[in-house]
Design a protein around this ligand. Structure first.
Ligand code: ZN
Ligand code: ZN
Length: 429
């Protein structure tokens, strides 16, 4: 197998900015009147300290932070905290002694905030028993998650690198769809290719949904053999240094084949809807507004009832995180957030289409991080975004960018992959 392509996105990943994170959390705790905060969500522990282990809790006090873990992770925790430059003490003690230790550490600190969504009922009751009634345990939600929604440069660079890996892996999937293959073969190949290129692994279980299976938004790839002329929904992402990307492309299996007119119509509606969504993303815009922009286009095309999920979500250390882009969302988009825009239409028994990009929210609009072409989507042209620079989209920017995508990118990318070709546009009818 040939050497992995050198991805510019990996060249110089800027360091993660751990410096201000604990300070921002303490500021928030102060405004909520909490004396201390116990972080039990391991992803939040990683975000705040750089510690990557399967067991650990972080106690954050006004001028102190203690990472409580067990003997397996003592050395590793010290090493990782040292690397991230976070000031916190490591206590590696047996699990059975940890609650008592936490009780001692929080003595006299008043109310202690717990992450209500990340602590079991049994655990909360045990803490209460060990710590006694004097200390009030206060349930909180989304405290660290709200901080995580805003990405620093290093975080954005990692998501962008993960997106670049997925862009590359799509080429292999496209080539496989020229021959006879099954959903699970394509999914396995995509995941192997992403690792080969340099990812830690997939961002989540890769979705390959062909023919009628494409009507299921979260279909699990199976042994179904993909037929020429079918629409195939490929939804996948890579993980780079913990950060994830998320992209969906709906492609046609087999060059030169024809897709049934009904499916061609839904692919076109999804494409137009996604363009409208990308154009709506901007600093200060409610997440619900982006959802509305996408939904209106699909409703106008007569498929409103078949768009059965929200429009998007934040992406970072978790594949689904704040903010939410959905009808009922109360989140307001901010520059520095990384979100997806992913409308879809699903016709039970017949098939479906979805297009998804991961984008960085900016003052003026957004920068698209997933640059693989959306060539099947009739009307928006073929070709790919330039890997050298992210594609800017914003109010009225998406149409321009779509035009740019069309210009001469197809040949350039095809030549690098030695035969793996991007799909051309469907004929417009
Ligand atoms: Zn996805
Ligand atoms: Zn998604």
């Amino acid at each position: 197998m040939s050497a992995p392509p050198a991805l510019a996105a990996f060249a110089a990943l800027p360091p993660l900015d751990f410096g201000g994170r604990l300070g921002r959390l303490r500021h928030q705790l102060e405004s909520e009147g909490l004396g201390a905060f116990l972080v039990t969500n391991l992803v939040n522990v990683r975000y705040l300290t750089g510690f990557i282990g399967s067991a650990g809790m972080l106690l954050v006090e006004p001028d102190n932070a203690v990472l409580v873990t067990d003997g397996r992770y003592g050395f590793q925790a010290n090493q990782q905290l040292g690397r991230s430059g976070v000031t916190a003490r490591v206590e590696a003690v047996a699990a059975a002694e940890q609650d008592e230790l936490l009780g001692d550490l929080t003595r006299g600190l008043g109310e202690v905030g717990l992450e209500a969504g990340h602590i079991t009922w049994a655990r909360q009751r045990a803490l209460k028993r060990t710590w006694g009634r004097a200390k009030a345990l206060v349930p909180t939600t989304g405290v660290v998650e709200r901080l995580r929604a805003l990405k620093d440069r290093g975080e954005v660079a990692r998501v962008a690198a993960a997106a670049a890996v997925a862009d590359e892996a799509l080429k292999l999937a496209q080539a496989m769809l020229e021959g006879r293959t099954t959903e699970s073969e394509v999914a396995a190949a995509i995941e192997a290719e992403m690792r080969r290129i340099g990812a830690e692994g997939p961002a989540f279980d890769t979705i390959v949904a062909s023919g009628p299976n494409a009507a299921l938004p979260h279909h699990r790839p199976g042994e179904r053999r993909i037929r020429r002329g079918e629409l195939v929904v490929l939804d996948f992402g890579a993980r780079v240094d913990g950060y994830r990307s998320d992209m969906t492309r709906t492609v046609r299996a087999g060059e030169g084949t024809k897709v049934p007119a009904a499916l061609e119509r839904i692919a076109r509606a999804v494409s137009a809807s996604q363009d409208a969504g990308l154009s709506a993303v901007r600093d200060g815009v409610p997440g619900s507004e982006v959802d509305r922009a996408c939904r209106e286009v699909i409703e106008a095309a007569g498929f409103g009832e078949y768009f059965v999920h929200g429009t998007g979500h934040g992406v970072g250390l978790d594949i689904h995180e704040a903010p939410s882009l959905a009808r009922a969302s109360r989140d307001i988009l901010s520059s520095g957030q990384v979100v997806t825009v992913e409308p879809g239409i699903y016709l039970p028994g017949a098939g479906g289409a979805r297009t998804e990009d991961t984008v960085l929210v900016t003052e003026a609009g957004c920068e698209v991080l997933t640059l693989a072409p959306k060539a099947l989507h009739a009307g928006s042209g073929g070709g790919g975004g330039a890997r050298g620079g992210r594609r800017a989209a914003g109010a009225a920017g998406a149409a321009r960018a779509a035009g740019k995508r069309t210009a001469g990118q197809t040949g350039k990318r095809a030549s690098k992959t030695g035969g793996a070709r991007w799909q051309r546009s469907l004929p417009t009818t």
